[in-house]
Design a binder for this molecule. Structure first.
Ligand SMILES: *[C@@H]1O[C@H](CO)[C@@H](O)[C@H](O)[C@H]1NC(C)=O
Ligand SMILES: *[C@@H]1O[C@H](CO)[C@@H](O)[C@H](O)[C@H]1NC(C)=O
Length: 364
């Protein structure tokens, strides 16, 4: 439908002038924005440490204030599948590492871990170990969580199962090699074992489908989620990226740049446009993590993008539309309120200058 009261805007983006028509109601391509679209994933072994630094609560509270809704929290990652629940352990987590920068190869966690998880302000997805095939240990943790966490959203049974080593106990126990079908059967049998004792929502972590690939552009990269997301939505299921962050799966060398903040802005919005309901941005080892949003006592570059996109989405943004064709470095997004009125417009220029420049006399 052609609007007769559309907003016309022209941007001077040297050397071209860009004219943009902003529809006065959301176009058919507009996507609904989940209130917790930008959520947080915290690496399992280091979650108790994160839970006890002020940067964590402050940074999460800032996002919540800007969005008018709590970001959801997922506790998991590689070390979720190295962790064994010990109901007699009186501390949250127990492990030994040679250096503070390392992640433990084995660890135990106790009831205080679940207590810390219960104190998180947002809905929590708790990652449990499947890789070690110790179902009774993971089930004991699940039962305690189910009983004591009023903020519990879901359990995630196993992290990135496509990366399990061939000598992984769950693979040896299955005895049939490991592929998507064997993993699906394993997940199904674990669901069956867990469901009667803890009526629970279980998050499927199926990275066999969503494999990481590094591609050249954010638009084409996020488009790969579209078919999975629409299949999930047709089945009445939300589609989350349970652990994501950085354009290079680690972010070394690029995360401390202004470009990383711009990438967050574009990636979050492109995710929403392609049907991703939530992106859980991963936070790894404190102070040894290129892509992290914050550390022990500092805020890192990507968080500026987090704050910016959260402010753009605001407390009243419920639908987002892309107004450009996705083929250039200029991204143009319009945001609509619950009454279908346009409330904000964002133009993001991800073109980069590769070279050196000197500061001008006027300080610019
Ligand atoms: C499973 O975990 C429990 C602790 O919850 C531990 O006592 C037991 O030895 C573990 N079983 C295996 C086979 O590792
Ligand atoms: C930036 O410029 C240098 C020097 O010309 C070149 O070697 C490098 O590949 C360029 N980097 C990118 C990402 O284009």
């Amino acid at each position: 439908m052609v609007s007769n009261t559309c907003i016309l805007l022209a941007f001077l983006l040297s050397p071209t002038i860009l004219a943009v028509t902003v529809p006065n109601t959301p176009p058919p391509s507009a996507a609904v924005v989940d209130p917790s679209l930008l959520s947080v994933s915290i690496e399992f072994f280091t979650f108790p440490a994160y839970a006890q630094i002020a940067a964590t609560s402050n940074c999460i509270a800032n996002i919540a204030t800007l969005r008018g809704a709590q970001p959801a929290i997922r506790i998991g990652g590689t070390t979720q599948d190295r962790a064994t629940y010990d109901p007699t352990l009186s501390i949250a987590v127990d492990y030994t590492v040679a250096s503070q920068a390392d992640a433990p190869t084995t660890l135990t966690y106790g009831p205080p871990f679940i207590t810390l998880a219960s104190q998180q302000p947002g809905a929590v997805t708790l990652g449990l170990n499947r890789q070690l095939n110790n179902q009774s240990a993971s089930l004991a943790a699940a039962k305690l969580a189910q009983k004591t966490m009023s903020n519990l959203f879901a359990f995630e049974l196993g992290n990135e199962p496509e990366f399990y080593a061939s000598d992984s106990p769950i693979i040896i126990a299955g005895g049939e090699g490991w592929n998507q079908d064997v993993d699906a059967a394993s997940e199904k049998s674990w669901f069956g074992a867990f469901s009667p004792s803890a009526s629970m929502r279980i998050a499927v972590s199926d990275d066999f489908l969503t494999m990481w690939v590094i591609s050249s552009g954010i638009v084409s990269y996020t488009r790969q989620y579209q078919s999975e997301a629409s299949a999930a939505h047709e089945a009445g299921i939300k589609y989350f990226l349970g652990e994501t962050n950085s354009a290079t799966c680690g972010g070394g060398g690029i995360s401390s740049t202004f470009g990383a903040a711009l990438w967050i802005v574009d990636y979050v919005l492109q995710g929403a446009l392609n049907g991703v309901d939530r992106l859980y941005f991963h936070q790894g080892t404190i102070s040894n993590c290129a892509y992290c949003f914050w550390g022990q006592s500092s805020i890192f570059t990507p968080y500026y993008g987090v704050a910016f996109v959260s402010e753009f989405l605001g407390t009243n943004g419920v639908k987002v539309a892309m107004l450009d064709d996705g083929s250039s470095a200029i991204g143009i997004y319009a945001l609509y309120s619950s009454t279908n009125a346009p409330v904000r417009l964002l133009v993001v220029n991800t073109n980069y200058f590769n070279g050196t420049a000197s500061k001008k006399d006027d300080g610019s």
